[in-house]
Structures are given as structure tokens and as C-alpha cells.
Design a protein around this ligand. Structure first.
Ligand code: CMC
Length: 437
């Protein structure tokens, strides 16, 4: 694995900033990343002045230096380890991209062959997981099933943490996530679990485990497998988002990788994060049911007194078109054509997007489609059930979470994550007995 912060060399800058607090002026150093983004280092602020910074939602707070993923939200750029995601989605495979994220460089042929071989030979789940899943309700959402199963893997692999055990955990996680996802789906159907096949590539194997049955032959459609692999690549990392920050924060307590990833899966489930892909399709379906005109839905999303949001729209970082959404918008049409699927929801999506791109509410706030806007239509065409959409996102995001966890653990500036707060509660008071209440 590479050392964490190759950007360290570009980290110090002769420029400084100053903060004035009453009579006191504190010089602060300015740090610059390899792509020119700047940060004021407030590391000494509290020690020297007693003040902290307050930034709810962390909109202005850099939590780490990272050499993994670069986003320029104004220009709509996303690169993994310097490589544009469009190039990776077009020419790489998910496992090659996973290696790139975790190691910093593309693998040699031998490294990739070994990695693929390792992943392929660890896809089975211990048979006890049949009983584990049996204990869960049939209508359970697959995201908590995945989070619970990944957490439970830690009970099977309890060796003390070492570089070698972490390497093994990484392979186990990447190998077993599709099996867990497929088992969760089969559990919801009440169908027998289908074992992995070692002769299939990563994405084909997932499709096989989800859709094959013991009673009929099943052939994986290579168009479906390729489209899924591309989706995984596009989701593979996105720097310090909610779930990745969760993985880092949990891992910063020295919790193991299984526990940290399980927490990340839970964070991803929320509808403002990865869970949005399911909500987007549910929104399209609601619009279709209402006659297909999105205007009423858009009006609700714009109403400040209505909590409705246009799902799959807006982003904390992108103030331009999300490059993943741009790629998926094109590939959505191609995938549907190649699979010979016609879906009214794609027309609804395009109609809705067209309206918002001219609507001052969305234009002024720089709200554009994000990755979740078109991904759901593709998942639907591939036959993935709606409540498994976010699970697909989790499989894709796994190498990013792992890469960020490793980087955090190897960072010379590593400390347990522990934000501060401004307390706004009651001042000291004395306990009153029940008789005086
Ligand atoms: N529909 C309607 N209005 C919106 C939307 C939306 N989807 N997103 C933001 N706004 C408005 C918001 O009401 C606010 O308006 P005002 O300034 O009048 O109060 C303004 O735009 C800024 O919004 P914000 O809530 O401060 O933005 P944020 O950076 O805190 O939130 C977001 C980002 C992604 C949570 C938000 O845009 C959202 O809720 N989008 C819908 C959910 C979604 O698609 N999530 C997937 C995100 S991409 C994949 C991922 O991260 O997993």
C-alpha cells in the first residue's frame, strides 16, 4: 500500500493568514493541495486563543489531507488518483479501479491477476450466515442486512490486527459484499441462496447469485455485467462524504475494518446520501402515477414550507453538473437500447431535468442532477430491485472506504476523530427532589 499523503510535498505554502480575536492576532499557516485548493490551518486556534471554529455540516472544514480522490465541484471534475473517472469507467474494470484506489497506482498484470484470484477465491460466506439471515424479517431492507452481516464478519475473523490481517480483511470484504447483497435479495424472495461461481468475473458473479435459481439454467448477459461494473467504478470513491467520513471516524477509534465499513454502509443508507437512488425512482414512479407531469412535484420541491426535495438533485460539492451523472445520462440511453428496454421513467427523468435547467430556483442555487438521478433508471433496466439500489452503491463504494481507512490509519497526523461543540444547554443547577417538582 502507498504511503497516505503524497500531496504532503505540496502542503506548505509561504502564505499565511491571520485571525484577530479582540486584542489578539494569531498567524495561521495556509496549506495548499496539489490542485491548488487552499486551507487555513486552525490547528493552533484553541490552544492559543481558547476559541474553536463552528461549522455545522462541515461545509468549510477539511478533516484530513488525502491523495486519493480529487473533486472540482465548480468545474464538475472527479478523478481517482489523478485519473478522470470517465476514462476509468470506459477502459478499466471495477477490481482494477479498486486496486488503484487502495494502492495509488494501477496494478501490473501480475498484481491484478493475483488480486482478482484472491477476491474470486474468497466469495463464499460461512454457512452460519444462512441461520443469521433466517432470523431477519423477509421484508427487511437489504441495507441493514448488509451492515449487520459485514459487522458480523468481525466475529468470524478475530485475529489481532496486523498488516497481513488487514490485507486479508480487504480481500474478504470486497469478495463477500456481492454474496451478502445477493443473499439479502434471495432472502427477501424466500428463494434458496445461490453459491458464487469462480469462473465468472466480479459483476457477472453478482448477477448470477441474484438471479439464477437451482431449477433453471441461467446465463449472465454481458451487457448487464458491463453496465454494472461501470456503475461500480463511478461510485468507487468520492472523498470525504458522509459515509466515508463515518468510516474514517469509526476507524479512528481503532475499531477494525469490518466495524468501520459496517458503519459506513449504515451512513450510506440515508436518503440524502446513497439512499437517494431508491428515492429518485420512487419519485419518478409517483410522477408517472400522477399522469407523468413533473411540474407539481417541482413546485413542491421549490416551496420553502414543504420538506419535499427533488431527489437526485443538488450536491454539497458540485455546483456544476456532477460528472458521474453526465456519464450515466449518456450510458442510460445506450444500456436501455442495447437491452432493448423502453422505460417511461427515462422520459420522465429527461423531462424533469429539462425543466429544472431553465428554472431560476435550480439555476440560482446551482442544483444539477447528481449521480443518483440516472443510476436508478439503469439499475431498473438491469433488473435490480429498487430497494437493492443502495446496496449496489455500497458495493461500488467499498474500495473507496477501504482506501480512505488505510490512508487515515497511515497518516502521520493520525488522531482519534473528536469534534468539539458550543454548549447551549442549562447552566449548573442542583438536583431537585420529586417533592419540589
Ligand atoms: N430539491 C430542492 N431544493 C434543494 C435541493 C433539492 N434536491 N437540494 C438543495 N436544495 C436547496 C435547499 O433548499 C437550499 O435552498 P435555500 O438556500 O433556499 O434554503 C439550497 O438548495 C442549498 O441546499 P442545502 O440543503 O444547503 O445543500 P446541502 O449541501 O446541505 O445538501 C444535498 C446537499 C445533496 C443533501 C441536497 O442537495 C439534497 O437534499 N439533495 C436531494 C438528495 C440527494 O439527491 N442526495 C444524493 C446526493 S449525491 C450522492 C451521495 O452523496 O450519496
Amino acid at each position: 500500500m502507498t504511503s497516505p499523503v503524497d500531496a504532503e510535498s505540496a502542503a506548505s505554502d509561504p502564505e499565511t493568514a491571520e485571525i484577530r480575536l479582540g486584542e489578539k492576532t494569531l498567524p495561521l499557516s495556509v496549506t495548499e493541495g496539489t490542485e491548488g485548493e487552499r486551507a487555513v490551518d486552525i490547528g493552533a486556534l484553541r490552544k492559543d486563543t481558547g476559541y474553536i471554529t463552528l461549522d455545522p455540516g462541515f461545509g468549510n472544514t477539511g478533516a484530513c489531507r488525502s491523495a486519493i480522490t480529487f473533486i472540482d465541484g465548480e468545474k464538475g471534475i472527479l478523478r481517482y488518483r489523478g485519473y478522470p473517472i470517465e476514462e476509468l469507467a470506459e477502459h478499466s474494470t471495477f477490481l482494477e479501479t479498486a486496486w488503484l484506489l487502495m494502492h495509488g497506482e494501477l496494478p501490473s498484470k501480475m498484481e491484478l491477476d493475483d488480486f482478482v484470484g484472491d477476491v474470486t477465491s474468497h466469495t463464499m460466506l460461512n454457512e452460519s450466515f444462512r441461520k443469521f439471515m433466517d432470523a431477519l424479517p423477509r421484508d427487511a431492507h437489504p441495507m441493514p442486512i448488509c451492515a449487520a452481516t459485514v459487522g458480523a464478519l468481525a466475529t468470524f475473523y478475530q485475529q489481532p490486527e496486523s498488516e497481513q490481517s488487514i490485507r486479508q480483511t480487504i480481500v474478504q470484504l470486497i469478495a463477500k459484499m456481492p454474496t451478502i447483497a445477493a443473499y439479502a435479495y434471495k432472502h427477501s424472495l424466500g428463494q434458496p441462496f445461490i453459491y458464487p461461481r469462480n469462473d465468472l468475473d466480479y459483476s457477472s458473479n453478482l448477477i448470477h447469485m441474484m438471479f439464477a435459481t437451482p431449477c433453471a439454467p441461467f446465463e449472465v448477459d454481458p451487457v448487464v455485467a458491463k453496465a454494472l461494473d461501470q456503475l461500480f467504478i463511478l461510485h468507487a470513491d468520492h472523498e470525504q462524504n458522509c459515509s466515508t467520513s463515518t468510516v474514517r471516524l469509526v476507524g479512528s477509534s481503532m475499531a477494525n475494518l469490518f466495524a468501520s465499513i459496517s458503519a459506513g454502509i449504515s451512513a450510506l443508507w440515508g436518503s440524502l446520501h446513497g439512499g437517494a437512488n431508491q428515492k429518485v425512482v420512487e419519485m419518478f414512479e409517483a410522477i408517472e402515477k400522477g399522469g407523468g407531469d413533473p411540474e407539481a412535484y417541482i413546485a413542491r420541491a421549490k416551496d420553502p414550507n414543504d420538506p419535499t426535495r427533488l431527489m437526485g438533485f443538488g450536491h454539497r460539492v458540485y455546483k456544476n453538473y456532477d460528472p458521474r451523472a453526465a456519464f450515466l445520462k449518456d450510458s442510460c440511453r445506450q444500456v436501455l437500447d442495447r437491452l432493448d428496454v423502453s422505460d417511461k421513467l427515462l422520459e420522465i427523468a429527461q423531462g424533469l431535468e429539462e425543466i429544472t435547467l431553465k428554472d431560476p430556483y435550480f439555476v440560482d442555487r446551482k442544483l444539477y442532477p447528481n449521480v443518483d438521478f440516472y443510476s436508478g433508471v439503469i439499475y431498473r433496466a438491469l433488473g435490480i430491485p429498487v430497494d437493492a439500489f443502495t446496496v449496489m452503491f455500497a458495493i461500488g463504494r467499498l474500495p473507496g472506504w477501504i482506501a480512505q481507512w488505510i490512508e487515515m490509519r497511515n497518516d502521520p497526523a493520525f488522531r482519534i476523530g473528536r469534534p468539539r461543540q458550543i454548549y447551549t444547554g442549562a447552566n449548573q443547577r442542583s438536583y431537585e427532589g420529586m417533592s419540589s417538582r
